[in-house]
Design a binder for this molecule. Structure first.
Ligand SMILES: Cc1cc2nc3c(=O)[nH]c(=O)nc-3n(C[C@H](O)[C@H](O)[C@H](O)COP(=O)(O)O)c2cc1C
Length: 359
């Protein structure tokens, strides 16, 4: 292993390489997490798309598939969040990631249990707030990143956050290869985190018809929209997105109510629990009433693509980078190739060889 690729992130997370497979709802299931970890990266299990009682068994399933350390991602607005926190602490996973909504007491509980807190943020002020609350490290997600995303590009957000906080920073949003890893390290990050690139692997358990749509997508097929759940969401253009774009207010309201009902059935949450989650999203997540009402659209429609393998009937969250990726390697092939390429780039720069012809 190259010493240059052993960064403080490897020590913090216990991974071989400074490469993180991020959490993706309905995608980062035990099979993908274990394959990422076995390849030398650090995987996050997506628990935001699990019922509270499913989290413990999913963690134990990852442990059946790998002996390597891994993390869990969840969010504070999901039904059963308090129970999920207890489960993560009882299971003593290596790290947790979360978006907005955590408080100081929760972060202290994780840290007292020896669990690394590494939230993802899309803005400098959120990074600063998380650091004030006591987190160990920050992942920044630039605007080109997958799923719900901000608007500041990675190349602008990363140096801003590096200047603003003292904890280690991991770069996410648009990374897929070793050149990106070398560039992130040159910026001062301790590693990269990637979602879309790990989704587009053979080890990812998303059904083949859906993965084929990702491979086929070109840059112009990838759009940022607020039509599905009121928040900025980057998606591959498809039949369902077309329907959302053409729908009037009545149709949008009907589909929001229909999907809220579907979510209630899937999660087993009561109407009171869903209303409570919606109120929390409004109060602490800064969402409008309309956005909170539409919040069930994404999980229900993601499930259709990612679990049921019906890409024409669901939505496909993605980073812009899917438009530049055209293959489905295994996680081992992917990590090996990223590491080799990053080492080549870093060695070339260290030797004063600039430009692509000199690699
Ligand atoms: C299909 C999909 C689902 C996602 N679901 C989640 C999620 O449940 N929780 C979360 O914090 N981030 C989620 N994200 C964001 C990723 O964790 C990650 O930050 C992002 O994909 C990084 O950008 P990249 O795709 O360009 O690598 C999702 C991204 C994708 C593509």
């Amino acid at each position: 292993m190259s010493a240059s690729l052993h960064t403080p992130l490897c020590d913090l997370l216990g991974s071989r390489y400074p490469i993180v497979q991020t959490a993706m709802g309905w995608v980062a299931r035990p099979e993908l997490v274990a394959a990422s970890c076995n390849a030398g990266a650090f995987g996050f299990l997506a628990a935001a798309s699990l019922r509270a009682e499913e989290v413990g068994p999913a963690i134990r399933r990852v442990r059946e598939l790998t002996e390597k350390p891994f993390g869990v991602n969840f969010h504070m607005f999901q039904p059963g969040a308090a129970q999920i926190v207890d489960t993560i602490i009882a299971e003593k996973v290596r790290a947790v990631s979360f978006g907005r909504g955590p408080d100081k007491a929760m972060i202290k509980r994780f840290r007292d249990a020896g669990i690394v807190c590494m939230p993802t943020v899309g803005a400098v002020k959120h990074a600063q707030k998380m650091v004030e609350m006591g987190v160990d490290a920050i992942t920044i997600q630039g605007g080109e990143g997958g799923g719900h995303t901000g608007s500041v590009p990675t190349t602008i957000l990363l140096p801003q956050v590096l200047d603003a906080v003292k904890v280690p920073v991991v770069a996410a949003g648009g990374f897929s290869d070793g050149r990106g890893l070398a560039a992130a390290l040159a910026f001062g990050a301790v590693g990269v985190a990637m979602g879309t690139r790990f989704l587009m692997t053979r080890d990812c358990p998303v059904p083949e018809p859906t993965k084929a749509r990702y491979v086929k997508a070109r840059l112009e097929d990838i759009v940022l929209t607020t039509r599905v759940d009121g928040m900025q969401h980057r998606l591959i253009r498809n039949e369902v997105l077309g329907q959302f774009e053409q729908a009037g207010p009545a149709r949008l309201l009907l589909s929001a109510l229909h999907n809220a009902w579907q979510l209630k059935r899937r999660t087993g949450a009561s109407i009171a629990e869903l209303l409570h989650a919606a109120r929390q999203m409004q109060r602490e997540g800064g969402l409008t009433f309309g956005q909170a009402l539409m919040a069930a659209n994404s999980p229900v429609l993601l499930q259709r693509s990612m679990i049921e393998g019906q890409p024409a009937e669901g939505i496909m969250a993605t980073g812009t980078v899917a438009g530049a990726i055209g293959d489905l390697p295994s996680c081992a092939e992917l990590v090996e190739r990223i590491v080799r390429e990053a080492e080549q780039r870093l060695a070339a720069l260290a030797a004063g060889r600039y430009g692509k012809q000199d690699v």
